[in-house]
Structure formats: structure tokens, C-alpha cells
Design a protein around this ligand. Structure first.
Ligand SMILES: [Zn+2]
Length: 194
């Protein structure tokens, strides 16, 4: 029986598909989708220089972008040239001081120990990240530097925002580059920490 005949046999069956239900809304992650897309746009520019595609933006208290960065370690030969550090530096220049109270860092990959330290020291209110980094992440995966109770400043952490897109960018980069070895499988989903 073809599909049309099947429909006529059941008069209660709708001829047109039902409108898709609204996608499940996530009140924790959804507000950060647009900033994460801005961070992804930064990340996509990184491989032009052979750098691992990680991008970051810093949002001011009003939500406007006050700092941007992408990995530039290869481009500049600077071992501290991670996306987060560069975005934090630009934001501090914009604000005019080192304290970034009220600001949020949005980054495509879970921060490493260096960047987690920079996040704490810059007094950011919040860090939002996309893909987890199971082998080097310092915001919940391998370490949790940003929420260490021994520190007197502990930013809020929101993880897993557009994690599939963020991880996919890294996986494609490493699979196309022999230097990556098996790193292409290290990035993935993580249940948001709330
Ligand atoms: Zn880092």
C-alpha cells in the first residue's frame, strides 16, 4: 500500500505533518547561544595560522562584547596565546582595569589550567564553555580550578553550550592534521554543571 492509500484508509490521519513542537528550551544554556556563536566565529579563524580552533569572547555587564580572542600560539609563538587570555586582555583594556567583575567569558572549549587561573584572577563573574576537554580541562573535567573552595573568588560555570558544534570544529581540525594524533576524540559533550 502506498502512502496516499494508507492515508485515505485512515481518515483521522492528518494530510499535512504536524508542526514541529518547539525545541526543548534550556533556561541555563539558551541565553548563551548567541555569544557562543560569536566565540565559534573567532575559533573558525584560528586554523588560518595552524592554530587549534578555539575562540572566546568576553561580555561586559550589559552583555556587549568587550573582548575577543582566538588561539594564536602558532601565529605568535607565544605559549600563553590562548583564546581566553587574549580575550581577557582585550576586555581589561576596554574596561580600563584588571578587574572584570560583572563580566562573562564565553569560550568554545573548556579552559586549561592557565586560562582557569586567569579567569579566577580577573574576577570574572562567570565562564561559559562549549566542549569539554577530558584530557586537559580545568573547569570540571580533569581539574576544577575555577570552583576550588580554597579560592576566595569562584566564578559561576555553565558548560555544554553548543558543545557538538564546538567539539566538531576541533575534531575536524585534528583529524585533518597528523600532529593531532588521537586528540580528535578528546572533546565532547558534558552535562551542564549547575
Ligand atoms: Zn588555556
Amino acid at each position: 500500500m502506498n502512502e496516499a492509500a494508507d492515508r485515505s484508509a485512515d481518515r483521522s490521519a492528518p494530510l499535512a505533518p504536524e508542526p514541529a513542537p518547539d525545541p526543548v528550551r534550556d533556561p541555563v544554556c539558551d541565553p548563551w547561544l548567541a555569544p557562543m556563536r560569536a566565540a565559534l566565529a573567532e575559533a573558525e579563524r584560528a586554523p588560518d595560522t595552524g592554530d587549534v580552533p578555539v575562540g572566546a569572547v568576553v561580555l561586559g555587564p550589559d552583555g556587549s562584547v568587550i573582548g575577543r580572542g582566538r588561539n594564536e600560539r602558532e601565529a605568535t609563538g607565544d605559549p600563553t596565546g590562548h583564546a581566553e587570555v587574549l580575550a581577557i586582555r582585550e576586555a581589561a583594556r576596554a574596561v580600563g582595569e584588571w578587574r572584570l567583575s560583572g563580566c562573562t567569558l564565553v569560550v568554545t572549549l573548556e579552559p586549561c589550567t592557565m586560562c582557569a587561573g586567569a579567569i579566577v584572577l580577573s574576577r570574572l563573574d562567570r565562564v561559559v564553555y562549549g566542549a569539554a576537554d577530558e584530557k586537559a580541562g580545568a573547569a570540571g573535567s580533569l581539574w576544577d580550578v575555577v570552583r576550588d573552595r580554597r579560592l576566595n573568588h569562584r566564578p559561576e560555570v555553565i558548560s555544554g553550550v553548543l558543545d557538538e558544534e564546538c567539539a566538531g570544529l576541533l575534531t575536524r581540525f585534528f583529524r585533518g592534521d597528523d600532529r593531532g594524533g588521537d586528540r580528535g576524540t578528546d572533546f565532547g559533550r558534558r552535562h551542564p554543571v549547575r
